[in-house]
Design a protein around this ligand. Structure first.
Ligand SMILES: *[C@@H]1O[C@H](CO)[C@@H](O)[C@H](O)[C@H]1NC(C)=O
Ligand SMILES: *[C@@H]1O[C@H](CO)[C@@H](O)[C@H](O)[C@H]1NC(C)=O
Length: 346
């Protein structure tokens, strides 16, 4: 995913030109008066570049409930067209907070506070169908006050209607986080946006008091998480257990283990300033490897993969290529690597 000037110009109209064009290093002064919190009410909502971008075949992605399997059965040329026409931006998972910053006929413009980007200091911007968010403020209160259950076991897991885990309400994806109401040995009762309570199996999710309680991962933890995504489709803007793009994949690997990195590949390398550059000879598992069309210009970084050791990496490469483990590429577009994991000395 590459920064688009067009997006910044749209935001300039929303926020006023003086404070809406963030540079890589400076945050704009924010006018948050008109920002209203809402919560994703489908398994995954896709943020579109603008409401004109979805095609007829994207209808299953716009409904509530969302029909991901139907949507993702599109052919490779329809997948590629999402990239070449810059239709999709990113995704947000069930129960996540989105901040409404604009609206138009059946659509909300939102920013995702959990996905850092130089495009907007409020969070990653894009448009979502109004039918896929809820303004349930009681849910919002629970989300900010209660411990949360985090889906960890698989790319997708069931969310149940009943504590005996017999009747499936819907599917939720890896790293979905929902406020916890009650826990038993086998079931976690969670709140849902606009929908009352539901249940996760204790085999599928863990409970944390806050994001800072998530155990600091080892490189093996990150690699094991990556393996849950093997074989999933590449989707431009994808960032869920249904499909991912290159940086949505690496963002999720780190985010699910409590480490925040930027959303897009160029920003992961350049923007957050949290990574430490790593020479090729010093690569360690879990280091992120970046590829650029011009090695002297970090804004041309177009791809990120995660090194997993033994000369191999894991990546979401491009449309038509499922998430894969492949020999680490050191081509003339290899820009370098960054380390986000602080390796503890033993
Ligand atoms: C892909 O599907 C679209 C319909 O969504 C169709 O028009 C197109 O011909 C198909 N392309 C290929 C290469 O099969
Ligand atoms: C690569 O980036 C550098 C630094 O921005 C620039 O001076 C150079 O002209 C670029 N090279 C090409 C081939 O665009």
């Amino acid at each position: 995913m590459i920064s688009l000037l067009a997006k910044q110009v749209t935001l300039a109209l929303v926020w006023g030109a003086a404070n809406a064009l963030p540079s890589s290093n400076a945050s704009p002064i924010l006018d948050t008066r008109s920002v209203q919190p809402a919560y994703v009410s489908v398994a995954v909502t896709t943020l579109w570049t603008d409401p004109s971008k979805p095609r007829a075949i994207d209808e299953p992605a716009l409904t509530n409930p969302v029909q991901m399997d139907k949507w993702l059965s599109m052919n490779v040329s329809d997948y590629s067209d999402l990239t070449t026409n810059s239709r999709t931006q990113t995704q947000a998972l069930f129960g996540a907070r989105v901040d409404i910053i604009g609206h138009e006929n059946g659509w909300y413009e939102v920013a995702l506070p959990g996905q850092a980007t130089p495009k907007n200091a409020l969070g990653y911007p894009g448009w979502v169908p109004a039918a896929q968010v809820s303004f349930d403020q009681e849910y919002g209160r629970l989300l900010s006050e209660k411990p949360f259950a985090k889906v960890e076991k698989a790319a997708t897991v069931p969310l149940y209607r009943d504590h005996s885990l017999k009747s499936k309400l819907m599917e939720v994806t890896y790293d979905t986080r929902l406020p916890v109401l009650r826990e038993t040995k086998s079931a976690i009762e969670v709140a849902t946006p606009g929908g009352g309570s539901a249940y996760l199996s204790t085999h599928d999710a863990s409970v944390y008091k806050s994001a800072s309680d998530i155990p600091y991962p080892t490189s093996l933890d990150l690699i094991n998480t990556a393996k849950l995504f093997l074989g999933l489709p590449y989707l431009w803007g994808g960032m869920s257990g249904y499909a991912v793009d290159c940086s949505g994949f690496t963002h999720t690997l780190y985010h699910s283990h409590g480490i925040d990195i930027a959303r897009d590949a160029d920003a992961q390398a350049d923007f957050t300033g949290h990574g430490t550059p790593v020479a090729q000879a010093d690569l360690q598992p879990a280091d992120l490897m970046f590829y650029a069309s011009n090695l002297s210009d970090a804004s041309t970084i177009y791809h990120v993969a995660m090194y997993i050791g033994n000369g191999e990496m894991v990546e979401a490469y491009d449309s038509g290529t499922p998430v894969r483990i492949t020999p680490a590429r050191f081509t003339d577009e290899y820009w370098g690597a960054e380390r986000f994991l602080k390796h503890r000395k033993i």
